[in-house]
Design a protein around this ligand. Structure first.
Ligand code: ADQ
Length: 750
């Protein structure tokens, strides 16, 4: 409504300005007309009295001449008249003729008339102001034959013209004013009537009535908007931020506290038997686990995963069940056992030699073996069965994690047609040209489409999946809703950028950044003004570890002032070492670090500290908190949680994040120093900039990124997905899908 008022106000102002402009134009035009009119009148007055003037134009008859002038000035507009000699002296004038209009003034005026010689048709004129108002002054020559006797000067009263102009202006203002009010009034009434119709239509729609067809598209948007608003409101009421409690409440409110079952290859806690015979619990180096574990703590439920630890079997019951986290026991892990052949084909083979390089632009050739595919498919089926054993209703909520389980959603759907299955793909999804090289591309896509929702970190990965389906499958794409409909079943494709728990629990239990720095600097034998860089990764070729070490070399080449002062600590957890490409990477990183250390090392100083081992989270956070700079140089990464962890670790608001532009995180952490990791000059310059960055700027950048992660934390990530799932279930119930199988009802909402 305020828009309408604004529009009406603007209309009023516009019409006012129009009225003012029109009055100026009218005034100028009429003034020009009156000036012409007065010239004519002056000529007429003088030529009418010509005879009388000629007979009396001698000094002796100045008395008579004055009478003639008085006769001329009897015209109601002529105030006074004067007769002047050619030598510019007055011959006669009417009483009260204004002193300032001298014969000299008027005579000089006549002389300035350009062009032809003066005649009795010539007129000089000007306007002036007297205390009583404006006047018009004119001078007209008087000739006897060819001889000029002199000239007559006339003073015209112009005050009537001003009065007339004011009257005209007033008239225009009133006319335009009435017009403006009428136009604004008509607009307001028209909008009010339209608004009433629209709001009645909205209300009817929101109350569940059938809207008029022309309103349907906009009303659908409005309903979604209102729903979003009410959710935002709910957020505000709960203090604005997503927390474990809020996630629990959301589950209770939207999903009535239903149990969530997670299917992931990696388990959150691995039991390993150490050489001394003791069993230890290991937190795996995995972004997926880092993100999902806090969600499970908040939601409870069951996490179904491969039991890969050497002491995993002996720490579970006969069904592979174990309550975790150790000491808290808030949710259940269900371990699934794989034979070495199964693990080889499904995990190392198809998942990590096939799909992983297929999805990452990191110049590793995917290897697809028929035997691996068979294992992958069979293992997916086994895990799907394990999920179905863990559910306690026929319409459970299942979160399927990552590329290891592309076909599991279809197997779960076959057994539980009413399940709500959300698949989240933690790595990039390739474009259709690249995806098309996979011999089992159709089977993978069909499998994924068993899901109710498929999530990616970014919209561009969503688009790639949709394009792939468009290209390879018989399916209908609803581009407006970002949905795929196949065999009557609808799958929504949505971006959900993953994040961390906030605050990260390892930060609170860590020593202060100062203490961390002192202890790490001592370990590295750094001088007092020493500087520390850090990189934290699984040793994977997509993480750009080689490019990172080369950037450090370039920094020391180009900026010698850092030699002897700067040490880059690379924590590198060995990963997938069964695969040749990973073993090669391991060797080449080691060789590279040794070469750079040999080049710049001196005494006890080594610029690269390569710590090739798995580190438990407190150790990882100690390095984050000690560092001046953290460099994340992934060649391609779905999100990259290391970047977010570094920011979360720095509650002292010190340190700089240098981040590869090819990570999903780069789209969110825009205050990081962004680099192309292949461009060693750019990367080393960014490292130098980071090491010189003033404390104030470090603080500004970190503060902005910390605020972002605090808000967009992992509870929000999970909450958004689960709320979308709940909405979907509501819609499905409404359209009767749950009673009639999972086929989409005709015209069902998305
Ligand atoms: P990852 O490829 O595993 O995850 P990332 O997101 O960087 O990569 O997470 C790595 C996790 O492992 C972090 O929590 C880190 O602290 C930990 N870690 C790394 N090196 C370690 C080491 N040496 N010792 C101990 N812990 C270590 C996949 C995708 C990512 C996506 C995540 C989450 O590849 O793009 O961000 O899933 O969706």
């Amino acid at each position: 409504m305020w828009r309408t008022r604004l529009f009406a106000g603007l209309l009023l102002i516009l019409l006012g300005m129009l009225a003012w402009g029109a009055s100026v134009v009218v005034h100028d035009t009429t003034a020009r007309w009156f000036a012409k009119d007065l010239t004519l009148r002056s000529q007429l007055a003088v030529s009418g009295a010509r005879q009388a003037l000629l007979t009396r134009w001698v000094p002796e008859r100045s008395q008579d001449l004055e009478e003639v002038l008085s006769e001329i000035s009897r015209d109601e507009r002529i105030m006074a008249a004067v007769a002047c000699n050619p030598d510019m002296t007055p011959l006669a004038k009417t009483p009260g003729f204004p002193e300032q209009f001298t014969c000299t003034l008027m005579g000089d005026g006549l002389l300035t008339l350009a062009g032809a010689p003066l005649t009795d048709r010539s007129v000089w004129q000007t306007s002036s102001t007297l205390p009583g108002g404006s006047v018009h002054v004119s001078a007209i020559p008087v000739f006897r034959g060819d001889r000029q006797l002199g000239f007559v000067g006339l003073i015209h009263d112009l005050s009537f013209l001003e009065r007339r102009a004011w009257a005209m202006r007033l008239f225009l203002w009133i006319t335009f004013g009435i017009l403006a009010l009428a136009a604004a009034g008509v607009t307001l009434v028209a909008v009010r009537l339209a608004w009433r119709g629209w709001s009645a239509e909205f209300r009817r729609f929101l109350e569940g009535g059938a809207p008029a067809p022309e309103f349907q598209p906009i009303l659908r948007d409005v309903r979604e908007f209102v729903q979003r608003l009410s959710e935002e409101r709910e957020v505000e009421l709960q203090g604005g931020k997503w927390t474990p409690q809020r996630l629990k409440n959301t589950l209770g409110q939207h999903l009535h506290g239903e149990k969530v079952v997670i299917l992931a290859n990696r388990e959150p806690y691995i039991h390993e038997r150490k050489p001394d015979g003791k069993v230890s619990v290991v937190h795996p180096a995995s972004g997926l686990v880092t993100a999902l574990e806090p969600v499970m703590r908040a939601c409870s439920g069951v996490w179904v995963a491969h039991g890969g630890g050497s002491a995993d079997k002996e720490t579970t019951d006969a069904q592979g069940h174990l309550r975790v986290p150790p000491g808290e026991e808030s949710y259940m892990v269900r371990r699934v056992w794989l034979t070495p052949e199964e693990e080889h084909g499904y995990y190392y083979g198809f998942s990590n030699e096939g799909l992983w390089p297929l999805c990452h632009i990191a110049h590793a050739r995917p290897v697809f073996r028929n035997e691996d595919w068979k294992q992958y498919d069979a293992v997916n089926k086994r895990f799907a069965e394990a999920v179905c054993e863990e559910v306690d209703s026929d319409d459970p909520i299942v979160l399927v994690q990552d590329y290891h389980f592309a076909v599991a959603p279809r197997y779960i759907r076959e057994r539980l047609p009413r399940a709500t299955i959300i698949s989240f793909w933690h790595i990039p999804f390739p474009n259709s040209e690249r995806f098309g090289i996979c011999p089992w591309r159709n089977e993978l896509l069909e499998g994924m489409l068993g899901s109710s929702i498929i999530g990616f970190h970014t919209q561009s990965h969503c688009n790639n999946l949709i394009d792939g389906v468009d290209r390879f499958l018989e399916a209908r794409i609803d581009r407006e809703q970002n949905a795929i409909i196949q065999h009557g079943h609808r799958t929504l494709i949505r971006p959900y950028p993953i994040s961390l728990e906030w605050p990260v629990r390892w930060v609170a239990s860590s020593p202060s950044p100062k203490e961390c720095r002192a202890s790490v600097a001592a370990e590295l034998c750094l001088p007092a003004d020493g500087l520390i860089g850090v990189g934290v990764d699984r040793l994977d070729y997509t993480k750009g570890v080689e490019e990172r070490l080369l950037a450090v070399e370039s920094l020391l080449d180009r900026f010698p002032e850092y030699r002897g002062r700067f040490v880059f600590v690379q924590l590198a957890a060995p990963s997938r070492t069964v695969i040749l490409r990973y073993r090669e990477l391991n060797d080449s990183v080691e060789a590279l670090a040794a070469r750079i250390n040999a080049k710049f090392g001196q005494g006890s100083y080594r610029p690269i500290a390569l710590l090739r081992a798995h580190h438990e989270p407190p150790a990882v956070f100690r390095y984050y908190r000690a560092a001046d700079v953290c460099y994340v140089s992934s060649l391609h990464d779905g999100m990259n949680l290391v970047a977010k962890e570094f920011v979360a670790a720095r509650d002292d608001e010190r340190g700089v994040l240098v981040l590869s532009q090819f990570t999903g995180a780069a789209k969110e952490l825009t205050e990081a120093l962004m680099v192309n990791p292949y461009d060693l000059e750019e990367a080393s310059a960014a490292l130098a900039t980071a090491l010189k960055m003033p404390a104030r700027e470090q603080q500004d950048r970190l503060r902005a990124m910390r605020a972002y992660i605090a808000e967009f934390n992992v509870y929000r990530w999970a909450g958004r997905m689960l709320v979308d799932a709940a909405r979907l279930r509501r819609k499905e119930r409404l359209t009767g899908r749950l009673t009639g199988g999972f086929a989409e009802a005709p015209g069902s909402p998305s």
